[in-house]
Design a protein around this ligand. Structure first.
Ligand code: GLU
Length: 296
């Protein structure tokens, strides 16, 4: 068994906005199995920053389904809706470094800005279309309740010492798909990620900000997630550098698809764990269905 100091800390971080499906089970089993195998810890975090979509019944269902699958996690469970002060402190720090600006562009404004004749095909990043920078000139002092806060990616790179310094930052991947050390690419960060939203309008944070703050607060050493979030992990690495946070390793896993090859979405209950339960499946059968070895 690994020594206590070196024991890995693994986590599963679902959003209570729908029922857990096979893809979630795969992520949770992968992190849980890795923790078990290495004598490490397994933590759970409820990602409920979007109060309009999070539901207590989904949170209850998460606990029930995970327990039924045979997973055990430490308590208390971290809940992002209780972590607003930590997100605010991080935003204050980034703001103090001059890296944030307010933006109230709608999706439609962004699409209109990008349809100007001189613009090429829009790039898609971890948050969809890369923001064209319309509000970048706005001072933060103007920020009001109608504004989101965006990271000025160009200034963020400069803050870290410029492109050469950013190229020295690495995402260390231990998963089977992208295994190895991947350097950050400053050009890709500007053109393919861009000025992402770090505080959504009315929410006081965003997925990207909350996840890096909380992984650090929970002492997470290994982040297990689907490979659809591979690009997002590079943004997270940049945020960790800007906020001087400890850096985990990443394990991006294959996505679980339905019979037609489509990615499982939360709105589609067809692969919900409860449905398998209701049909009499056992946790061992779910593991087998996912191609995982029997629980040790
Ligand atoms: N909360 C996100 C989800 O439910 C993913 C968490 C993460 O791994 O960063 O898909």
């Amino acid at each position: 068994m690994a020594s206590a100091a070196a024991a890995p800390v693994e986590r599963f971080a679902p959003s209570p906005t729908g029922l857990l499906h096979l893809g979630h089970a795969f992520s949770a089993f992968t992190a849980h199995d890795a923790a078990r195998a290495a004598g490490g810890r397994f933590l759970l975090r409820i990602e409920d920053i979007d109060r309009s979509r999070a539901r207590p019944e989904y949170e209850r269902a998460i606990f029930e389904d995970l327990a039924w699958l045979g997973l055990r996690w430490e308590r208390p469970v971290m809940r992002q809706s209780e972590r607003m002060a930590a997100y605010r402190a991080a935003l204050d720090r980034l703001a103090g470094n001059g890296l944030l600006y307010p933006c109230r562009c709608t999706r439609r404004d962004i699409a209109a800005a990008l349809s100007a004749p001189q613009e090429g095909a829009p790039m898609h990043g971890p948050d969809g279309i890369v923001y064209p920078g319309t509000c970048r000139h706005r001072p933060l002092a103007e920020a009001g309740p109608e504004d989101a806060l965006r990271l000025d990616m160009g200034k963020a790179i400069a803050r870290l010492g410029g492109p050469a310094a950013v190229r020295r930052l690495v995402v260390e991947e231990i998963g089977p798909i992208h295994g190895g050390a991947h350097r950050l690419d400053p050009d890709l960060l500007v053109e393919g990620v861009g000025d992402v939203v770090l505080a959504r309008k009315g929410l006081g944070t965003s997925y990207h900000l909350a996840v890096v703050i909380d992984d650090a607060a929970q002492g997470v050493t290994h982040v297990t997630r689907g490979e659809d979030l591979f690009a997002a992990s590079f943004l997270h690495r940049l945020l960790q550098a800007l906020l001087d946070l400890p850096v985990p390793r990443w394990r991006h896993h294959r996505l679980i698809r339905d019979a037609a090859g489509r990615r499982l979405a939360k709105r589609c209950d067809a692969r919900a764990i409860r449905r398998y339960r209701a049909e009499g499946a056992t946790p061992a059968e779910i593991r087998a269905l996912l191609g995982l070895a029997p629980a040790g």
